[in-house]
Write a protein that binds this ligand. Structure first.
Ligand code: ATP
Ligand code: LTN
Length: 336
């Protein structure tokens, strides 16, 4: 992550510890994080500050943060290659977020579809944090001067707002922030719910049949795929109006590395039942090593503590450089 000694591009991304990561999180985001760490200077974080925009139970949240951190490592994020940390352990995120919220307009925040969706879903708790959430996400990204942000397609709008805020700040003062670009996979950028394939698969869905988690065992995975909502046709082919099958084909294609055409040919003359079973088995096999490694890591508390503490210290150093610059430009007086 050292900016002065290394010219590689910088990547930052985050994931909320609102539940066990789904196959959607994995195929849309984390899978890419692992690949990118070979070529870029990467920083990945557990976005726990974001997660309290929706009510969380303290003991459960604490466990979910640790489990989420272990999941990232189990998926192949290597702390020797990437900076991995927990957002709330790096106070600069909250500090820069305040400054950026003063450069973000009410009208801009009102247009965010995630805000509209989540405020409709949690109508009894439309809090200010849920509304200003994109300013915190902008702070996450801009603190590290990220060039690229690997996310699923649902985060594109937040990325655009981050760029707008960065440009506004740079124009008001002088060049301060790198303008980040989204990095969205061509296939798998939006995995749909298995129970309602017109909706995004989401880890906080109240219907557990809608999602498969990275840690589900083979039986659960296969059962959920068997039950996946499809259509009344019988042909396994990618076509308009076949949201359920399109989604299953996308998932199968990503986990097996086969193209959609190859998948179509493989299941020619076979029914949906065979196809669903094959998808379930392929996903379960693909996730088995992650599941096993997660179990091992979660039992090694001392190792996890050491990795996240070291991550927090390094992240604080990098983040503080940007924050100090921002405070100076805005006109704040430093401690002497
Ligand atoms: P929540 O249900 O709490 O809103 P989520 O499942 O939508 O959570 P996030 O933590 O908000 O997940 O997202 C983490 C990353 O996973 C983001 O980059 C997001 O774009 C990506 N992502 C989330 N859901 C999907 C999906 N269904 N398909 C592809 N990518 C996804
Ligand atoms: N907002 C994202 C999670 C997130 C994030 C980030 C993603 C928080 N901070 C910074 C990329 C970069 C979400 O809800 N999926």
């Amino acid at each position: 992550m050292e900016q002065t000694t290394n010219q590689k591009k910088v990547i930052l991304s985050g994931i909320q510890p609102t539940g066990v990561f789904t196959l959607g999180n994995y195929l849309g985001a984390i899978r890419n994080w692992v690949v990118l760490q070979e070529e870029y200077r990467c920083a990945y974080m557990i976005a726990d500050l974001h997660s309290i925009t929706v009510r969380q139970e303290p003991a459960k949240l604490r466990q979910q943060i640790l489990s989420a951190f272990a999941t990232l490592l189990a998926c192949g994020i290597d702390p020797e290659k990437s900076l991995v940390f927990i957002q709330s352990q790096v106070p600069q995120h909250a500090e820069l977020s305040w400054v950026l919220s003063c450069y973000t307009q009410f009208g801009e925040l009102s247009r965010m579809t995630q805000f509209k969706d989540k405020s409709a879903k949690h109508a009894d708790n439309v809090n200010a944090g849920l509304f200003t959430y994109p300013a915190l996400m902008a702070a996450d990204i801009l603190l590290y001067q990220a060039d690229l942000v690997p996310v699923g397609v649902d985060q594109k709008q937040h990325l655009e707002l981050t760029r707008d805020v960065a440009v506004r700040f740079n124009n008001a003062y002088s060049d301060t922030f790198t303008l980040p670009e989204p990095y969205i996979p061509k296939v798998g950028a939006k995995i749909m719910s298995l129970a309602d394939p017109t909706k995004k698969m989401s880890k906080s869905d109240e219907n557990p049949n809608g999602f498969v988690t990275i840690l589900d065992g083979p039986d659960v995975i296969i059962r959920k795929f068997k039950r996946a909502v499809t259509d009344s046709d019988t042909r396994v082919c990618y076509a308009e109006g076949k949201d359920g099958i399109n989604n299953l084909m996308t998932i199968y294609s990503v986990v097996t590395g086969k193209t959609l055409d190859e998948v179509e040919r493989e299941f020619e003359g076979k029914g949906y039942g065979d196809f669903k079973l094959a998808v379930g088995e392929a996903v379960s096999d693909h996730l088995r090593p992650v599941r096993e490694e997660h179990k091992r890591l979660l039992a090694d508390k001392a190792y996890l503590e050491q990795v996240y503490s070291e991550g927090a210290r390094r992240a604080q150093q990098i983040a503080q450089r940007t924050l100090s610059k921002v405070y100076r430009k805005v006109g704040f007086v430093p401690v002497k």
